[in-house]
Structures are given as C-alpha cells and as structure tokens.
Design a protein around this ligand. Sequence first.
Ligand SMILES: NC(=O)c1ccc[n+]([C@@H]2O[C@H](COP(=O)([O-])OP(=O)(O)OC[C@H]3O[C@@H](n4cnc5c(N)ncnc54)[C@H](OP(=O)(O)O)[C@@H]3O)[C@@H](O)[C@H]2O)c1
Length: 269
Amino acid sequence: MTERNPQAADLSGYVALITGGSSGLGFEMAKQLLSQGAAVMIAARPGKRLENAAAALNAHGYHVHALPMDVTIEASVSDAAKWVEDHFDHLDMVVNDAGIGKNAPGMEDLPEDCHFYDIPVSTVRAVIETNFIGYFIVASKFVPIMLKQGRGSLVYVSTSTNTMTKPGQLPYGPSKAGAEAMAAIMANELREQGIMVNVICPGGFTDTPMAGKGMKEFFLQNHMPILPPTILNRTISFLASPLSNGISGEKIVGKDLDAWLMNKGITFG
Ligand SMILES: NC(=O)c1ccc[n+]([C@@H]2O[C@H](COP(=O)([O-])OP(=O)(O)OC[C@H]3O[C@@H](n4cnc5c(N)ncnc54)[C@H](OP(=O)(O)O)[C@@H]3O)[C@@H](O)[C@H]2O)c1
C-alpha cells in the first residue's frame, strides 16, 4: 500500500528530480513529495547507496526512480537529463541538493579545529567541484527542459548565511556562498521565462550522514540544537505547491518557514 499524507496537498502529475536523494535531506524531501503523490527521481552517484535509498522508499509503496548521476561529470548529468526527457513529458522541479562538506576527501584525518592552511588543495577543489560546479552543471542541463515548457522550479540547497564566513568553514562556506550568488543570477535571468529559482537551507546543524559522528557528539555534549533531516520537508512541499507560483530569488530557512510565510502573508498547511 502506498503511504499517502492525507494532510498535504495532492501532487499527482507533479514531476521532481532531487540530486543527493540517496541520503539525508534529499532522501527526506523525496519521501515528502512521494507521500503527496508526485513522481520523484532521486539522483546520486551510481552504487549501493542510491539503490538502497530507492529500495527503502519503494518499501513504502512508492515508485521512485533511481537516477545514477555524478554531478561533477558533465556527460553523466547530460545522460541523466536525456533520460528524463525520454521518460517524462514534463519536469516541474529540480532540487540541487547533492553536496559534500566535512566528509570531503582529505578532511577525514583533519581535526575539527584545523586551519584553512591545513586543508589540502585537492579537498578544496573537490568541494567546489561538487557544491558549486555540480550545481551549475545540473542547472545548465535541466533548465533547458524547463525553458521548452515555459515553466519550472529550480531549488538550491544551501547553508545558513553565517556559516559562509565562520572560522573553520573553508571550503564549504564559500562553496555555498558562490552557489547562492549563482542562484540569484539565474533567478534574474529566468524570471521572464516562468522559471523560479529559490534557495533553501535547514537553519542549523542537521542530523545527516554528512554531519559526521564527531560533529554530532560535539553538538550533543554542548547542548546545542540539532535539526532533524526532515527539516526541509514542509519547505519543499510549499515550493511544489501552486501557492509558490511566481516566488523567485528568495532564500527560505526551513526552521523559520512559518515566520517567512507570515511575513509574505501566505497561509500554507
Ligand atoms: N547536514 C547539515 O547540517 C546541512 C546544513 C546545511 C546545508 N546542508 C546541505 O544539504 C545538502 C544535503 O546534505 P545532507 O546533510 O543531506 O548530506 P548527506 O546525507 O551526506 O547527503 C549528500 C548527498 O549528496 C550526494 N552526492 C555527493 N556527491 C555527489 C556527486 N558527486 N554526485 C551526485 N551526488 C552526490 C550523496 O549521494 P552519494 O554519496 O550516494 O553519491 C548524498 O545523497 C548539501 O548540499 C549540504 O551542503 C546540510
């Protein structure tokens, strides 16, 4: 039996692709949209992680499409975009979520309080390749599908603004700052074509595999708040709803969604 959320709006016929859907925030956002009846593709690097995630979602009675795609490889993203065009007659939403942080190659052996000069240049390149260039490649291969249909929603998963410049956040913070600047340019370039581009972020440390065990223990020991991986579910559900039509160039913080909605005079769920 398919698990449906009776409280949430029906998204039958809505088609969404979520990169980074094999884990954490992306996995939970996929589950949310599936629970509302949307057709969802989860994209991640080929392998067991993606297969297991799809199997876990399908165990709830959903029919998620697992799309193997490495966001750092242009040909891989082009192939995935072609697959989507061949299998769906439209595409409503693309979520740029795939990212790496403290789990980037070369970071494993560095202490939490390391300085930027301790970080291998190869690590910086890997983070920028995934979090910035990866977001660009995905946008540049999937937005043309939306341009043909004259509508669509592109969503960038980012981080809290203060994380971008906080000590210890190189190269992750600047990779996200760059991605947000990219999203702002795209929002301006695409507004007239009916394509919305918005940034979302959890609003704090979130309990996902990216966070790493050491980091979670640090937060627990210091009684600091830890957000659940479902923190962006209502935000993505809002962005998939007709209530978000015309909203572009915004940054919505998941944990502050209600305040953001109130500020805009929008009643949602
Ligand atoms: N956790 C937090 O505290 C936090 C806070 C603010 C923002 N964020 C952002 O939220 C997003 C999701 O992170 P998360 O916390 O959910 O982490 P996560 O559980 O580690 O998920 C990261 C996802 O990215 C995918 N990915 C990594 N490199 C990829 C590549 N080259 N090609 C395709 N997919 C790739 C991973 O899939 P595979 O490994 O299977 O390829 C995985 O599905 C990231 O953009 C992150 O920066 C996280």
